[in-house]
Design a protein around this ligand. Structure first.
Ligand SMILES: CC(C)(COP(=O)(O)OP(=O)(O)OC[C@H]1O[C@@H](n2cnc3c(N)ncnc32)[C@H](O)[C@@H]1OP(=O)(O)O)[C@@H](O)C(=O)NCCC(=O)NCCS
Length: 279
């Protein structure tokens, strides 16, 4: 697109400094490293005005059938001119026939609805200083050989292949696991993100298992700033409040799909997100 000095370009590493400025301006906590992780997994587009980045979007593919659309930002001074819609159209074109997921802010909601996204639920964000709790004895740290199993469990819970994301997390995160007869049956990751640490994904068979995994990671991080994003439907929220973490916001989960989604019975559930951007 070319309208006067406004151009659309493929996002590269070189745009990340400006992209970071934009996300800071809208009050998001991402560090440079957080943008690097997302950009390395995604196809991105930037809007530039006279060489300055004034808009961003990422389409993060999960296999051939799904994608997350994220980091949708237009500089406050440039809003209301169709740039948000243009960025979304570019991202959706890159996603092709994939089912697209996103977590919407109130500001983005109307745009996404117009583009065929439907609201499916609510994400609630909790954060604060990790309390001192006892580490449950049946939870332990993961081992190198667990990786393939963790990818499989994430897929069982999320419903799509996130092996590229899981490979990146392997380098950045620590993993807590629950084993039954030697086999990993549930796990949770913790890594640096934003203002401190983030716990997610948390993948398990039942709520109690998710709580034990989170307690294990809280015990290891006592006194540090920790964030957890969870779907309201998991019912983790009230318990997180009792753990001293405050509910500070959230977003609306949305999906855009060509076909009616299949109703699946899953063996595992995602109790906490990698991030609002990545699901
Ligand atoms: C969301 C955001 C990217 C939109 O950018 P933008 O450039 O202003 O978007 P556009 O000008 O393309 O407008 C998008 C559409 O939403 C519509 N719209 C915007 N606010 C609306 C509202 N309150 N009610 C109804 N429609 C609304 C516009 O009319 C437009 O529709 P049209 O394309 O049919 O004309 C921008 O507001 C932003 O960066 N917000 C801060 C970061 C953020 O919250 N991002 C979303 C993360 S999920």
């Amino acid at each position: 697109m070319t309208t006067q000095q406004i151009t659309l370009e493929t996002m590269t590493f070189a745009h990340l400094r400006d992209a970071l400025e934009l996300s800071r301006h809208v009050g998001w906590p991402h560090r440079r490293e957080d943008w690097e992780l997302m950009q390395s997994l995604s196809q991105g587009v930037v809007v530039q005005e006279e060489g300055r980045v004034v808009g961003t979007i990422l389409m993060t593919p999960y296999g051939d059938d799904a994608a997350s659309v994220n980091m949708v930002i237009v500089d406050a001074a440039m809003r209301g001119r169709g740039l948000g819609r243009k960025l979304m159209e570019e991202a959706l074109a890159k996603a092709g026939g994939r089912t697209c997921y996103l977590v919407a802010t109130q500001e983005g909601l109307a745009l996404y609805e117009k583009l065929g996204f439907v609201a499916t639920g609510k994400i609630v964000q909790y954060q604060g200083l990790a309390p001192s709790v006892d580490a449950p004895a049946h939870v332990s740290w993961g081992k190198d050989g667990d990786h393939a199993r963790l990818v499989a469990l994430d897929r069982a819970a999320f419903g799509h292949d996130r092996s590229a994301l899981m490979r990146s997390l392997r380098e950045r995160a620590k993993f807590a696991v629950v084993r039954d007869e030697g086999n990993v049956q549930a796990f949770a990751a913790i890594r640096r993100f934003g203002r401190g640490l983030v716990i997610g994904p948390v993948v398990g068979r039942k709520l109690h298992e998710a709580r034990c995994l989170i307690d294990f990671l809280l015990a290891d991080s006592a006194g540090e700033f920790v964030r957890i994003d969870t779907n309201e439907s998991t019912a983790l929220g009230e318990w997180l409040t009792r753990r001293g973490l405050a509910h500070v916001g959230g977003g609306i989960t949305m999906r855009r799909t060509a076909d009616e989604p299949k109703v699946e019975i899953r063996s595992h559930q995602t109790y906490a997100l990698v991030s609002q951007a990545l699901g």
